[in-house]
Each structure stands twice: as C-alpha cells, then as structure tokens.
Design a protein around this ligand. Structure first.
Ligand SMILES: O=C1O[C@H](COP(=O)(O)O)[C@@H](O)[C@H](O)[C@H]1O
Length: 235
C-alpha cells in the first residue's frame, strides 16, 4: 500500500467523505472488539468533517467509542485555542455525545508529569482504529513543527509509540502531541487537507523536495506502511 489520494469538489463533500471513512473504520473495529478509539485533529480544517460525522453517525454505538486528540495546545480546556474544546463543542453532539472524550493532559497539573501520564496511557492502550491528521502550511502535522526541539525523535518510526511535549513557533507555543510511531499504529490513517497552498506543500513533501517538512516523514513512513495513508483533499 502507499498513498491513496481522494479529491472532492468542496470542503463539505470532503468532510462527508472523511466522516464515512471514519464510520467504516470504527464499525469494523467494533465488530471485533468491545470498544474502539479514534484520534482526531484540531485547527480550522476538521469542522465540516465533525459536522458530517454528527449527521451521519447515528448507526454507530458511540458509547463504545473513545475519542482522543492527535495533539493539543497546552491551554485550559475552555480556551478558544483548545482542540479539546473544539471536539467537545463541535463533534460531541447528537449521537456522538455518547462517546467518551479524552484530552491529552490537564494544565493545572505539572506539565512534565501530565505529559508523562498521557504517554504512559498511550503506550498501554491498543492502537487506535482510526487517526485523522491535519497539516499546517508549514508542513507540520499533529504538533510536530519544522525545526522544533526533539523533532527527529518525535518522527522516529522506530520509537515507542507515545506522547511528547512539543513547541509551536507561535503562541500558544507549548503543545502536547502523539509521536509519529503512535499515529502510524492506527488501523486506518487519514490526512485531511484543504486549499491550494496545502496541496502544494503536500506535493513538495511527496516529491521529497524539502527534507525539513515534517509531513515528508509521514509520507515516507506511509509508503512503507502495509495499510498506507489515505489523503483527502479539496480546494
Ligand atoms: O496546530 C494545529 O494545526 C494543524 C493544522 O491546522 P489547520 O488550522 O491548518 O487545519 C492541526 O491538524 C493540529 O491538530 C493543530 O493542533
């Protein structure tokens, strides 16, 4: 398997296509296990995907699903930039209100201890049924930013799957993120991107034209991954 590109005409259609794929992945997982886990991203892209999942998701037993985050800003859960807040407000509605939602730490606790606890939890859980990644215009995915301290270790596919403290170039800078190895462990791995600028970044990374782009490491690893990577793009 390798990189499988799906295109849609608009962002709503794209969000619905990603939602259908996530429902299939969770349905498959729940057919053979008592519970299933999905990791989702934050930022501006997933809104239409979250809306479509709420709209299309009534056939799934969400009480058996855990929704976690690919990454988050190290901010209180009610902060406008919190990915946890976005997921709670935009995704956990209607049938999905039944799902269990788990953030990546609590800012009122010591940051190192909290990241360590999230890391231990990630290592002790079975791999997620599905992971939906986004990507920034700078080629970051999750909270793995170009040039950040510890980036090489976070992108090491042979590292133990886990969670780490990360640093964004602009405020709020402190982040917490799954590493690449943890994301690659998913049964189904999706990259959801929109717009001409991100398509161009994706193509540069796919052509191996810019080694400093973190997403390049994702694409190289996905090419070697048995289950590949599904990329969903719309203008
Ligand atoms: O910082 C983040 O950015 C990426 C991309 O966000 P977008 O706003 O360009 O869609 C996102 O995937 C990640 O979860 C978020 O924390």
């Amino acid at each position: 398997m390798s990189i499988d590109l799906h295109e849609a005409e608009g962002r709503r259609e794209l969000g619905a296509a990603v939602a259908r794929r996530v429902l299939e992945a969770l349905g498959r997982a729940l057919a053979s296990s008592a519970s299933a886990r999905a990791l989702v991203s934050g930022g501006s892209t997933p809104g239409p995907f979250f809306d479509a999942l709420v709209e299309l998701g009534s056939g799934l037993d969400w009480s058996r699903v855990e929704i976690g985050l690919v990454d988050d800003r190290w901010v209180p859960p009610d902060h406008p930039a919190s990915n946890l807040r976005l997921v709670r407000e935009r995704l956990c509605r209607g049938p999905i209100a039944e799902a269990r939602v788990r953030g990546l730490g609590a800012v009122e606790l010591d940051a190192r201890a909290s990241v360590r606890a999230a890391d231990e939890r990630a290592r002790s859980q079975p791999p997620p049924a599905v992971v939906v990644l986004g990507m920034g215009g700078d080629g970051h995915f999750a909270s793995l930013f170009p040039g950040m301290p510890g980036l090489a270790a976070a992108l090491d596919v042979d590292a133990p799957p886990g969670v780490l403290g990360a640093l964004a170039p602009s405020p709020p800078q402190a982040r917490v993120s799954h590493n690449l190895a943890a994301l690659l462990a998913a049964d189904d791995l999706i990259l959801h991107i929109t717009g001409a600028e991100k398509r161009e970044v994706f193509e540069r990374a796919r052509a191996d034209a810019e080694p400093a782009l973190p997403v390049r490491a994702l694409l190289r690893a996905a090419e070697r991954r048995e289950r590949g990577l599904a990329v969903y793009w719309a203008p």
